[in-house]
Design a binder for this molecule. Structure first.
Ligand SMILES: [Zn+2]
Length: 257
Protein backbone atom coordinates (compact mmCIF):
# COMPACT_ATOMS: atom_id res chain seq x y z
CA UNK A 1 0.00 0.00 0.00
CA UNK A 2 2.80 2.38 0.87
CA UNK A 3 4.45 1.90 -2.51
CA UNK A 4 1.22 2.71 -4.37
CA UNK A 5 0.71 5.93 -2.44
CA UNK A 6 4.19 7.00 -3.43
CA UNK A 7 3.42 6.34 -7.10
CA UNK A 8 0.56 8.81 -6.99
CA UNK A 9 2.62 11.73 -5.79
CA UNK A 10 2.95 13.23 -9.26
CA UNK A 11 -0.74 14.18 -9.34
CA UNK A 12 -1.96 17.42 -7.82
CA UNK A 13 -3.98 15.50 -5.27
CA UNK A 14 -2.91 13.98 -2.04
CA UNK A 15 -4.46 10.54 -2.05
CA UNK A 16 -6.17 9.46 1.13
CA UNK A 17 -8.18 6.31 0.69
CA UNK A 18 -7.43 4.07 -2.20
CA UNK A 19 -8.58 0.67 -3.31
CA UNK A 20 -8.17 -1.46 -6.36
CA UNK A 21 -11.52 -1.76 -8.15
CA UNK A 22 -10.53 -3.50 -11.37
CA UNK A 23 -7.47 -4.71 -13.22
CA UNK A 24 -4.93 -1.82 -13.29
CA UNK A 25 -7.66 0.43 -11.96
CA UNK A 26 -7.63 2.21 -8.61
CA UNK A 27 -10.22 4.31 -6.85
CA UNK A 28 -8.98 6.95 -4.48
CA UNK A 29 -10.13 10.03 -2.69
CA UNK A 30 -8.39 13.35 -2.21
CA UNK A 31 -9.66 16.25 -0.15
CA UNK A 32 -13.23 16.69 0.94
CA UNK A 33 -15.25 15.92 -2.18
CA UNK A 34 -12.78 14.59 -4.67
CA UNK A 35 -13.01 11.01 -5.94
CA UNK A 36 -10.75 9.72 -8.65
CA UNK A 37 -10.54 6.67 -10.89
CA UNK A 38 -7.04 5.99 -12.14
CA UNK A 39 -6.25 3.52 -14.94
CA UNK A 40 -2.55 2.71 -15.11
CA UNK A 41 -1.03 6.18 -14.65
CA UNK A 42 -3.93 8.30 -15.86
CA UNK A 43 -6.68 9.81 -13.77
CA UNK A 44 -9.42 8.99 -16.25
CA UNK A 45 -12.36 10.18 -14.16
CA UNK A 46 -12.15 12.89 -11.52
CA UNK A 47 -15.29 13.79 -9.64
CA UNK A 48 -14.80 16.95 -7.64
CA UNK A 49 -18.16 17.79 -6.11
CA UNK A 50 -20.47 18.46 -9.06
CA UNK A 51 -17.66 18.79 -11.55
CA UNK A 52 -16.15 15.91 -13.48
CA UNK A 53 -13.00 15.80 -15.59
CA UNK A 54 -12.44 13.03 -18.13
CA UNK A 55 -9.06 12.11 -19.56
CA UNK A 56 -7.89 9.20 -21.68
CA UNK A 57 -4.23 10.15 -21.28
CA UNK A 58 -3.93 9.73 -25.05
CA UNK A 59 -5.21 6.16 -24.90
CA UNK A 60 -8.67 6.13 -26.43
CA UNK A 61 -8.88 2.37 -26.14
CA UNK A 62 -11.76 0.02 -25.45
CA UNK A 63 -10.39 -0.50 -21.97
CA UNK A 64 -10.34 3.24 -21.16
CA UNK A 65 -13.87 3.60 -22.53
CA UNK A 66 -15.15 0.70 -20.50
CA UNK A 67 -13.52 2.00 -17.28
CA UNK A 68 -14.92 5.53 -17.78
CA UNK A 69 -18.36 4.04 -18.41
CA UNK A 70 -18.08 1.99 -15.24
CA UNK A 71 -17.26 5.20 -13.38
CA UNK A 72 -20.44 6.85 -14.71
CA UNK A 73 -22.37 3.93 -13.24
CA UNK A 74 -20.42 3.96 -10.02
CA UNK A 75 -20.97 7.69 -9.41
CA UNK A 76 -24.62 7.34 -10.31
CA UNK A 77 -24.90 9.30 -13.53
CA UNK A 78 -27.46 7.07 -15.18
CA UNK A 79 -27.90 7.20 -18.97
CA UNK A 80 -24.47 8.76 -19.59
CA UNK A 81 -21.74 6.82 -21.35
CA UNK A 82 -18.89 7.21 -23.83
CA UNK A 83 -19.88 5.82 -27.23
CA UNK A 84 -17.98 5.60 -30.47
CA UNK A 85 -19.58 7.24 -33.53
CA UNK A 86 -17.67 6.58 -36.77
CA UNK A 87 -14.44 6.37 -34.79
CA UNK A 88 -15.12 9.51 -32.75
CA UNK A 89 -15.78 9.32 -29.03
CA UNK A 90 -18.82 11.12 -27.75
CA UNK A 91 -20.28 11.43 -24.28
CA UNK A 92 -23.86 10.44 -24.87
CA UNK A 93 -27.09 10.46 -22.93
CA UNK A 94 -29.19 7.50 -24.01
CA UNK A 95 -32.38 9.05 -22.66
CA UNK A 96 -32.22 12.60 -24.03
CA UNK A 97 -29.85 12.04 -26.97
CA UNK A 98 -27.64 14.91 -25.78
CA UNK A 99 -23.99 14.48 -26.69
CA UNK A 100 -20.58 16.08 -26.16
CA UNK A 101 -17.49 15.42 -28.25
CA UNK A 102 -14.93 13.72 -26.05
CA UNK A 103 -11.50 15.29 -25.68
CA UNK A 104 -8.86 14.94 -23.03
CA UNK A 105 -9.39 16.96 -19.88
CA UNK A 106 -12.96 17.82 -20.79
CA UNK A 107 -14.71 19.33 -17.77
CA UNK A 108 -18.40 19.14 -17.10
CA UNK A 109 -20.67 20.35 -14.36
CA UNK A 110 -23.70 18.39 -13.24
CA UNK A 111 -26.58 20.82 -12.80
CA UNK A 112 -30.16 19.73 -12.14
CA UNK A 113 -29.69 16.27 -13.56
CA UNK A 114 -27.82 17.39 -16.67
CA UNK A 115 -24.22 17.99 -17.70
CA UNK A 116 -22.97 21.36 -18.91
CA UNK A 117 -19.58 21.73 -20.48
CA UNK A 118 -17.11 24.04 -18.74
CA UNK A 119 -14.54 24.12 -21.52
CA UNK A 120 -16.50 23.27 -24.68
CA UNK A 121 -14.71 25.94 -26.72
CA UNK A 122 -11.58 23.76 -26.64
CA UNK A 123 -13.39 20.87 -28.30
CA UNK A 124 -13.00 20.00 -31.97
CA UNK A 125 -16.20 19.31 -33.87
CA UNK A 126 -17.33 15.84 -34.82
CA UNK A 127 -17.06 16.78 -38.49
CA UNK A 128 -13.42 17.83 -38.05
CA UNK A 129 -12.57 14.59 -36.26
CA UNK A 130 -14.27 12.39 -38.85
CA UNK A 131 -12.47 14.26 -41.65
CA UNK A 132 -9.15 13.85 -39.87
CA UNK A 133 -9.73 10.11 -39.50
CA UNK A 134 -10.44 9.89 -43.22
CA UNK A 135 -7.28 11.88 -43.98
CA UNK A 136 -5.19 9.51 -41.85
CA UNK A 137 -6.76 6.55 -43.57
CA UNK A 138 -5.99 7.99 -47.00
CA UNK A 139 -2.44 8.92 -45.96
CA UNK A 140 -1.71 5.36 -44.74
CA UNK A 141 -3.17 3.81 -47.88
CA UNK A 142 -1.15 6.05 -50.21
CA UNK A 143 2.02 5.59 -48.15
CA UNK A 144 1.96 1.80 -48.50
CA UNK A 145 0.95 1.96 -52.18
CA UNK A 146 3.97 4.17 -52.81
CA UNK A 147 6.19 1.82 -50.84
CA UNK A 148 5.06 -1.20 -52.84
CA UNK A 149 5.57 0.71 -56.11
CA UNK A 150 9.00 2.00 -54.99
CA UNK A 151 7.79 5.58 -55.14
CA UNK A 152 8.89 6.70 -51.68
CA UNK A 153 11.62 9.31 -52.01
CA UNK A 154 15.10 8.30 -50.91
CA UNK A 155 16.11 9.48 -47.42
CA UNK A 156 18.38 12.25 -48.70
CA UNK A 157 15.38 13.85 -50.41
CA UNK A 158 12.65 12.61 -48.15
CA UNK A 159 14.42 12.78 -44.83
CA UNK A 160 12.68 14.06 -41.74
CA UNK A 161 15.16 14.91 -39.00
CA UNK A 162 12.37 15.13 -36.49
CA UNK A 163 11.13 11.57 -37.06
CA UNK A 164 14.73 10.43 -37.05
CA UNK A 165 15.57 11.82 -33.64
CA UNK A 166 12.32 11.77 -31.74
CA UNK A 167 10.74 8.38 -31.38
CA UNK A 168 7.86 9.92 -29.50
CA UNK A 169 6.64 12.20 -32.24
CA UNK A 170 4.37 14.99 -31.12
CA UNK A 171 0.83 14.98 -32.42
CA UNK A 172 1.47 18.28 -34.22
CA UNK A 173 4.40 16.80 -36.08
CA UNK A 174 2.54 13.65 -37.14
CA UNK A 175 -0.32 15.87 -38.24
CA UNK A 176 2.02 17.85 -40.48
CA UNK A 177 2.99 14.62 -42.27
CA UNK A 178 -0.64 13.75 -42.86
CA UNK A 179 -1.62 17.25 -43.95
CA UNK A 180 1.22 17.91 -46.37
CA UNK A 181 1.25 14.88 -47.16
CA UNK A 182 4.84 13.89 -46.54
CA UNK A 183 5.99 10.27 -46.83
CA UNK A 184 9.22 9.50 -45.03
CA UNK A 185 10.70 6.04 -44.44
CA UNK A 186 11.53 6.82 -40.80
CA UNK A 187 7.89 7.34 -39.94
CA UNK A 188 7.02 3.95 -41.36
CA UNK A 189 9.98 2.40 -39.57
CA UNK A 190 8.81 3.90 -36.26
CA UNK A 191 5.29 2.62 -36.82
CA UNK A 192 6.62 -0.92 -36.85
CA UNK A 193 9.81 -0.99 -34.78
CA UNK A 194 9.16 1.65 -32.16
CA UNK A 195 5.56 0.89 -31.55
CA UNK A 196 4.80 -1.39 -28.65
CA UNK A 197 1.30 -1.95 -30.00
CA UNK A 198 2.63 -3.34 -33.28
CA UNK A 199 1.65 -6.95 -33.80
CA UNK A 200 3.16 -7.56 -37.25
CA UNK A 201 4.93 -10.89 -37.65
CA UNK A 202 8.66 -11.26 -38.27
CA UNK A 203 8.23 -12.02 -41.94
CA UNK A 204 6.52 -8.70 -42.58
CA UNK A 205 9.13 -6.90 -40.47
CA UNK A 206 11.94 -8.49 -42.52
CA UNK A 207 10.19 -7.50 -45.72
CA UNK A 208 9.91 -3.91 -44.52
CA UNK A 209 13.56 -3.80 -43.46
CA UNK A 210 14.53 -4.97 -46.92
CA UNK A 211 12.38 -2.31 -48.56
CA UNK A 212 13.82 0.40 -46.34
CA UNK A 213 17.33 -0.81 -47.04
CA UNK A 214 16.59 -0.60 -50.76
CA UNK A 215 15.70 3.04 -50.20
CA UNK A 216 19.00 3.74 -48.49
CA UNK A 217 21.29 1.91 -50.85
CA UNK A 218 21.48 0.52 -54.34
CA UNK A 219 23.82 -2.13 -53.10
CA UNK A 220 21.88 -5.09 -51.96
CA UNK A 221 24.20 -8.05 -51.51
CA UNK A 222 23.44 -11.54 -52.86
CA UNK A 223 22.40 -12.90 -49.49
CA UNK A 224 19.90 -10.12 -49.00
CA UNK A 225 18.59 -10.57 -52.52
CA UNK A 226 18.26 -14.33 -51.93
CA UNK A 227 16.38 -13.68 -48.72
CA UNK A 228 14.08 -11.27 -50.48
CA UNK A 229 13.46 -13.66 -53.38
CA UNK A 230 12.46 -16.20 -50.77
CA UNK A 231 9.55 -14.02 -49.72
CA UNK A 232 6.27 -14.77 -51.24
CA UNK A 233 4.62 -11.39 -50.85
CA UNK A 234 0.96 -11.96 -50.43
CA UNK A 235 -1.66 -9.23 -50.68
CA UNK A 236 -2.02 -9.36 -46.94
CA UNK A 237 1.46 -7.83 -46.37
CA UNK A 238 0.68 -4.30 -47.64
CA UNK A 239 -2.72 -4.57 -46.00
CA UNK A 240 -1.14 -5.31 -42.61
CA UNK A 241 1.43 -2.54 -43.00
CA UNK A 242 -1.27 -0.06 -43.94
CA UNK A 243 -3.47 -1.01 -41.01
CA UNK A 244 -0.50 -0.83 -38.63
CA UNK A 245 0.51 2.61 -39.91
CA UNK A 246 -3.06 3.88 -39.64
CA UNK A 247 -3.35 2.68 -36.04
CA UNK A 248 0.05 4.18 -35.20
CA UNK A 249 -1.00 7.61 -36.47
CA UNK A 250 -4.40 7.39 -34.74
CA UNK A 251 -2.61 6.52 -31.52
CA UNK A 252 -0.19 9.44 -31.91
CA UNK A 253 -3.14 11.75 -32.47
CA UNK A 254 -4.89 10.33 -29.37
CA UNK A 255 -7.73 9.03 -31.50
CA UNK A 256 -9.53 5.73 -31.01
CA UNK A 257 -7.66 2.94 -32.72
ZN1 LIG B 1 8.69 13.49 -39.35
Amino acid sequence: MKRKLKQLQDVPFIPEVQKRIDKNTVYYTAGKDCEIIRLHKTDIFIKDGDTITLNSGGYQTKKTKSRINKAFEMFDYPDWSIESDRGVWILYNSKTGKEFIFYDRMRLKYVKGDFKSLNASEAPTKKQLIELRNDVSKYSKTFIEKLMNDEIPRPNAGHCWYCNFFLHESSQHILSHVREPYYVPTLLYNSVFDNHLCTLNNEIKRFLLYKLKMLQSDKINDNEQALFDFFNISDSVPKYLESNLRKFVYRKLSMPI
